[in-house]
Design a binder for this molecule. Structure first.
Ligand SMILES: Cc1ncc(COP(=O)(O)O)c(C=O)c1O
Length: 356
């Protein structure tokens, strides 16, 4: 699979993340044809349509388009919490681990990391114990943040309801990092509005499994989204004729939500084939959406990554953190190539492909 001319490996399948999807021809056509205007003046009709559709799908009053999921999460937290107030967040949640703690750095918001289950659920006891008493020694607890889906796992409506009810009992608001919100709704077999209902704000990424090149949407009530609009401008996220990008997200919401099921089915098929390989463990019950987390020996990660790359399969394999992510650019040939790379690697005697 090594291309002599370009001196690169031709990629047959890239399962490092669902962020690697590229816009298809129809999406590009929608982008090229998008009607645009200055969105900071509120004059971009395509952005307006995207925001209206996102709000309608989630059963909320309003939405705001932003460049990234990191920004829509930040807009959510800043819109609910002021300086000296506190957000309770699962300790493995993206907002806590991978977003530079922007809410603390830029907003003076205190953050309390909470224990959570393997599917990201946070128990009502954990929430009740984390809420600070009304005492000047402490920040004022103001918000609970959940994430769904969470490392490919999903929290049920009952688990979410328990957590949000505990939060509300303590006077907190609730934000959902729904970077893969539609994967979660698909896996649970529930309407997006039902999954969104418990929350005051939901951040949805258009640039992951939905296949748009850029963009996220924060959805919520009118007042929260109006605040978010001020923060977006302050953060430099106000964009001008951005309908050309919003059109990709609009195309995704209109056409690509239903096909997420295909990614989930493909992930299950790949996981089953990998689980059958001697020397490789895969927890099939944890494959609920588009992600697979195989248990790969630390010493095998780099050699397996190199071996797969030579077959045109890009994988994110790191000691303790190996994951395969299925998305719309992984087709049947890609599926076969991934499985073949694993099967061949594990069938090859150690000394030929593996380092000690
Ligand atoms: C769960 C989760 N939340 C938020 C984000 C942030 O999205 P972005 O990369 O668009 O900032 C990501 C990105 O990978 C994510 O996986």
């Amino acid at each position: 699979m090594y291309d002599l001319e370009s001196r690169t490996h031709a990629i047959v399948a890239d399962l490092r993340s669902d962020t690697v999807t590229k816009p298809c021809d129809s999406m590009r056509a929608a982008m090229a044809a998008a009607e645009v205007g200055d969105d900071v003046y509120g004059e971009d009709p395509t952005v307006a349509r995207l925001e209206a559709l996102a709000a309608e799908m989630l059963g909320k009053e309003a939405a705001i388009f932003a460049p990234s999921g990191t920004q829509t999460n930040l807009l959510g937290v800043l819109s609910h919490c002021g300086r000296g107030e506190e957000a309770l967040i699962g300790r493995r949640n993206h907002i806590f681990r991978y977003e530079g703690l922007g809410s603390a750095v830029l907003g003076g918001v205190a953050v309390a990391p909470l224990e959570q289950a393997a599917n990201g659920a946070i128990s009502r006891e954990t929430i009740a114990a984390a809420v600070k008493p009304d005492d000047p020694h402490f920040p004022i607890s103001r918000l609970l943040c959940l994430e769904n889906s969470f490392y490919g796992r999903v929290q049920s409506l009952a688990e979410i309801d328990a957590a949000v009810t505990a939060a509300r009992a303590a006077g907190l608001r609730a934000h959902l990092d729904g970077a893969r919100f539609f994967n979660a709704a698909t896996a649970l077999g529930v309407e997006p509005a039902a999954l969104a209902a418990p929350f005051d704000s939901i951040s949805i990424c258009l640039s992951k499994g939905l296949g748009a090149p850029v963009g996220s949407v924060l959805v919520g009530d009118r007042e929260t989204i109006a605040k978010a609009r001020r923060y977006r401008k302050m953060l430099g996220g106000g964009m001008r004729q951005v309908g050309v990008i919003a059109a990709a997200g609009l195309f995704a919401l209109e056409n690509l939500v239903e096909r997420l099921e295909e990614d989930h089915a493909r992930a299950k098929r790949i996981a089953q084939r990998l689980a059958a390989i001697e020397g490789l463990a895969v927890d099939l019950s944890a494959v609920e959406t588009n992600m697979i987390f195989p248990q790969i020996a630390d010493a095998d990660c780099a050699p397996l990554r190199d071996y797969a790359a030579a077959q045109g399969v890009a994988l994110s394999l790191h000691p303790g953190e190996s994951r395969l992510v299925v998305h719309r650019d992984v087709d049947d040939a890609g599926e076969q190539a991934v499985v073949a790379a694993f099967e061949e690697f594990y069938a090859t005697p150690n000394e030929e492909v593996r380092r000690d």
